[in-house]
Design a protein around this ligand. Structure first.
Ligand code: GTP
Ligand code: MG
Length: 944
């Protein structure tokens, strides 16, 4: 039955009559109470109204949920508190835009609804008719019933339509859901998912928004903080400025009656007083400081001061005034200090300003030493000016006195110029009149080629073949022990060769060889391959950045394997040209001469690429290759001229030594008069033996050369002393930590500077934690008496390498038992020193068990004490042996045997299987069944 009143319809729709009445009212159907009848038309209007307000319009529904709960929590005082917790959740469901399928479905249902509506209108009409007919024709009940049936059907549909509309309104979704068709169910699920997603998105967005807001707020607060600080700083600055300004104003404003107060300096001078006095009126400040009576005087002083500051000539007066004022204004010196400094600064500034028109700032390059006169000359001032500056610095100097670089640089800076350190090898820096090498014409020069490689790989033999000489066969021990320099004329030009030693001791020589060369010939024996010093040579060559030509020597030998050597060199990153590298590889033999021409060809090819040039007509410069002290000739240095021409009579400065070239020999020992670039020569005439590797240069003035050499020597001495002291300290600490460290003091005298250096390095390397080699002195030349005396004083042994002691020295050495040893091969020297050091090592003590004895009876002899009647079960027992007393295999005591007896006789030894009486030293607590383990302590000499 269809509902006909408001109340009935309300019940049907599961709502209250009041709500329905309101809805009806909103739909424009005027019904006053629940009992009022409802027509189909009324219901239709309500439906269309509801559809309009919910179904099509609403796209977004917001649900708010509130839940409250209680939490019980104890507070700080321990009392339980109930906290009301209210959780509010807000969810917004947004209706999604319809998908095409849904839209179609919607359209269909809409069309259906329209049809139904049309049908329902028809039905309404028919109902009206039927009612009318019923009134008129009661017998047409059957039709009416049918009509009712139809109406019921329609109403059901109407309800469904209404419910579908309501489904869009989320508030009623749950109620209608069950009644809905499966399709609608699906749709709803869809909508719910979308809504949830939308909600999640909204939540995330809200969170992000909240975060960014929080960040913005933080930044704002920081900015505000900064702003605040800036404002504060500004305020402070303002306050300070105000404070600074205030006293000035006070002074200027309040002392207009004083005649000279306007002078700004005077005002400045007073400023601190006023400031100190807390802005008192200046008049009273002056009075307070100087006393009433002193006031006029002080003002006069101020006036004087101001005049002296503005006028340079009043300097003396100023000083005098200061002196006076210090008496008059006692206790003010502490604040006066500031302004005084300022005045001085002003003073100098003014001075400079006055000089400004004529003053030209120069860049002065300061050499290692320079005389006062030269320095003055460089700065274009009188020497007396320099002397004055130095006097102010507390140095009394004469016009010809050399100054060291540091002092000279300070003077230069003091005079307002800029000082720069002159390059060491720059003759320009030494004397102005020196002819610069760069001015001379650059001409092609011969290449300097260093031969390097492992010991005995055939370097010297190779050079011998090239030079048609026999150096190698004459060498002591068959090894090269110093650098040899030779120049060879080949059909295609001159080549200068440096032969280096391959023995590991000569690292420094090899490094020097690589340093002064243009090309390196790397020698590797075809039967031996890459060895440690081959690798080292590669390192030196690479460090020097010079091209490498590889000579695989001893190619004539049956066991030669040049390919293996090649592979090994590739591993060391020396790449042959055929592998895309830049090193030509040539297999050579010094026996057959195989490959030597090709090797020279390759070397000259490399040299051509380098386009080597040097000035010829210039003062010579170069490097000391080797140096020695010859008995007859004095100091002899082998030098390689690198640029310019060295002539007999030239003044040479070489490291810390200097001298005039007295004589010059070429490598064959023939006298020559001059040597051009790339030519090695021996020169005589240096005052001392220079260090191998030192640079040399020709100077025009012997005095200058001496100056520089002396200065360098002094500097060297200082650094050496400093180093020695450091070493001593180091030793002290080392000794402190290492306990008793033995030292072996050594004095080395050698023929060549290079050998001495190599020997010293090799011997020092022998030091161990227990024994240190201490190099007392090492030098070039024969062994003199003073060397022996030094050895005597320091308890050192003297090693003479290729040198001998002179008669006097020999006598002193013999008389005082000084150990002098002579060597001519470096490894012999090293080996012997090593042996000597081994002898110094404390011998190692080792226990050796010699026998076992079982104690079978214990008896006490009246005069002797407790005696162990023993049976030797193993080995033997000696009288002086040590023992360990074992009881049940546990060591009870360790000690020495005091006496050993067989029968009644003292014996030295008792053998296995015999019985004997053993008396133990200081030990009597023995029992039957104890075992004596008898051992001896053997000392074993140790080696290094
Ligand atoms: P250090 O200067 O001490 O490093 O040695 P080194 O490289 O100068 O070797 P040196 O020329 O003294 O030769 C060492 C040995 O190898 C000598 O016995 C030579 O006879 C021998 N030797 C050198 N070159 C060749 C060669 O091409 N063929 C053969 N069969 N033997 C050679
Ligand atoms: Mg050699």
């Amino acid at each position: 039955m269809s509902s006909n009143t408001v109340a009935e319809f309300a019940k049907e729709r599961n709502t209250t009559p009041d709500t329905l009445l309101q809805q009806l009212k909103a739909a424009g159907v005027d019904k006053a109470n629940a009992a009022d009848a409802l027509t189909e038309g009324d219901k239709q209007r309500l439906l269309s109204h509801l559809q309009a307000s919910h179904g099509s319009g609403a796209k977004k529904i917001t649900l708010t949920k509130k839940s409250t709960s209680e939490i019980k929590q104890a507070d700080s005082s321990g009392r339980a508190r109930t906290i009301q917790v209210e959780v509010r959740k807000k969810r917004t469901f947004v209706k999604r835009e319809d998908t095409p399928a849904e839209a179609q479905a919607n359209a269909e249902s809409m069309a259906k609804a329209v049809q139904e509506r049309a049908a329902s209108q028809e039905l309404v009409r028919r109902e009206e008719d039927a009612r009318r007919e019923a009134e008129l024709l009661s017998h047409q009940e059957e039709q009416l019933a049918k009509e009712r049936q139809e109406r019921e059907e329609r109403e059901r549909r109407e309800r469904e339509a209404e419910e579908r509309a309501a489904a869009y309104a989320a508030a009623e979704v749950a109620k209608v859901a069950e009644a809905k068709a499966a399709k609608e169910e699906e749709k709803r699920e869809h909508a719910a998912g979308a809504a949830a997603r939308a909600a999640a998105q909204a939540e995330a967005r809200a969170k992000a928004e909240a975060e960014s807001q929080a960040k913005a707020a933080e930044e704002a607060s920081r900015a505000k903080d900064l702003d605040e600080r800036r404002r504060k700083a500004l305020a402070e600055a303002e306050a300070i400025r105000a404070m600074m300004a205030a006293p000035k104003k006070v002074l200027v404003a309040k002392k207009p009656e004083e005649p000279k107060k306007a002078a700004p300096v005077a005002a400045d001078a007073k400023k601190p007083v006023a400031a100190k006095d807390g802005n008192k009126p200046a008049g009273s400040a002056g009075a307070a400081n100087a006393g009433g009576g002193a006031r006029p005087g002080k003002e006069v002083k101020s006036a004087k001061l101001s005049s002296s500051w503005s006028n340079d000539a009043g300097k003396k007066k100023e000083i005098k005034t200061r002196g006076d004022s210090s008496g008059g204004v006692a206790g003010r010196s502490n604040w006066r200090g500031g302004p005084k400094g300022g005045r001085r600064g002003n003073d100098r500034h003014e001075q400079q300003q006055q000089q400004a028109p004529e003053f030209r700032q120069l860049e002065i390059s300061v050499p290692e030493t320079i005389t006062v006169a030269e320095l003055a000359h460089k700065m274009a001032i009188k020497a007396s000016e320099v002397i004055k500056v130095l006097m102010k610095m507390g140095q009394m100097v004469t016009i010809n006195q050399p100054l060291d670089q540091d002092t000279a640089m300070i003077v230069v800076e003091e005079m307002g110029h800029t000082a720069k350190v002159a390059a060491l090898d720059d003759p320009e820096a030494f004397t102005a009149e020196e002819v610069s090498n760069s001015e001379a014409e650059q001409l092609p020069r011969a290449p300097v080629v260093t031969v390097m490689g492992h010991v005995d790989h055939g370097k010297t033999s190779l050079l011998d073949y090239i030079r048609r000489t026999k150096v190698a066969s004459g060498e002591a021990g068959g090894i090269t022990q110093h650098i040899g320099a030779y120049h060879v004329k080949t059909p295609r030009g001159i080549i200068t060769f440096l032969d280096t030693p391959g023995h590991e001791a000569f690292t420094a020589m090899r490094a020097r060889g690589a340093k002064s060369t243009d090309i390196v010939i790397l020698v590797a024996a075809a039967d031996d391959g890459v060895m440690p010093q081959t690798k080292e040579a590669i390192k030196h060559a690479k460090a020097a950045g010079v091209p490498i030509v590889v000579a695989i020597t001893k190619a004539d030998k049956p066991e030669a394997n040049p390919d293996r050597v090649k592979q090994e060199l590739v591993v060391e990153e020396v790449l042959p040209e055929e592998y895309g590298g830049d090193s030509p590889f040539v297999a050579v033999s010094s026996k057959t001469g195989q490959g030597i021409d090709e090797l020279l060809e390759q070397v000259l090819l490399q040299a051509e690429v380098l386009e080597l040039k040097a000035p010829v007509d210039a003062a010579a410069k170069g490097i000391v290759i080797e140096a020695q002290l010859d008995k007859g000739r004095g100091t002899v240095a082998t030098v390689l001229v690198q640029s310019g021409t060295l002539k007999v009579g030239d003044v040479v400065l070489a490291g810390q030594t200097y001298g005039r070239v007295r004589a010059m020999l070429d490598e064959d020992g023939k006298q020559t008069k001059e040597a051009g670039p790339s030519i090695p020569v021996e020169i005589q005439g240096l005052n001392e033996v220079p260090q191998a590797g030192d640079d040399f240069m020709v100077l025009s003035d012997e005095r200058r050369a001496r100056e520089i050499a002396t200065y360098r020597a002094g500097k060297f001495r200082n650094t050496k002393l400093a180093k020695q002291q450091a070493a001593k300290l180091e030793n002290m600490f080392a000794e402190m930590s290492a306990g008793d460290v033995q030292t072996l003091p050594i004095i080395i005298k050698a023929d060549m500077q290079g050998s001495q250096e190599a020997l010293a390095a090799s011997l020092l390397k022998l030091s161990t934690d227990e024994i240190k080699v201490q190099l007392v002195y090492s030098g070039v030349g024969g062994i003199s008496e003073s060397d022996v005396n030094l050895a005597l004083a320091s308890k050192a042994i003297i090693i003479g390498f290729n040198v001998r002691a002179d008669a006097q020295a020999r006598k002193t050495a013999e008389g005082n038992d000084v150990d002098v040893r002579y060597y001519n091969i470096i490894y012999d020297a090293v080996d012997e020193v090593k042996a000597a050091m081994s002898g110094m090592l404390a011998p190692e003590k080792r226990e050796e068990i010699i026998g076992m004895a079982e104690i079978r009876t214990v008896f006490v002899a009246t005069k002797i004490g407790t005696i162990a009647g023993s049976y030797i079960t193993q080995g033997h027992v000696t009288r002086n042996a040590h023992f360990r007393l074992l009881r049940d295999n546990v060591v009870i005591y360790t000690g020495e045997i005091e006496s050993l007896r067989r029968m009644k006789d003292d014996v030295k030894e008792v053998k296995e299987g015999f019985e004997c009486g053993i008396k133990l030293r200081n030990y009597n607590d023995i029992k039957e069944g104890d075992v004596l383990e008898v051992f001896e302590i053997k000392e074993i000499a140790r080696t290094l």
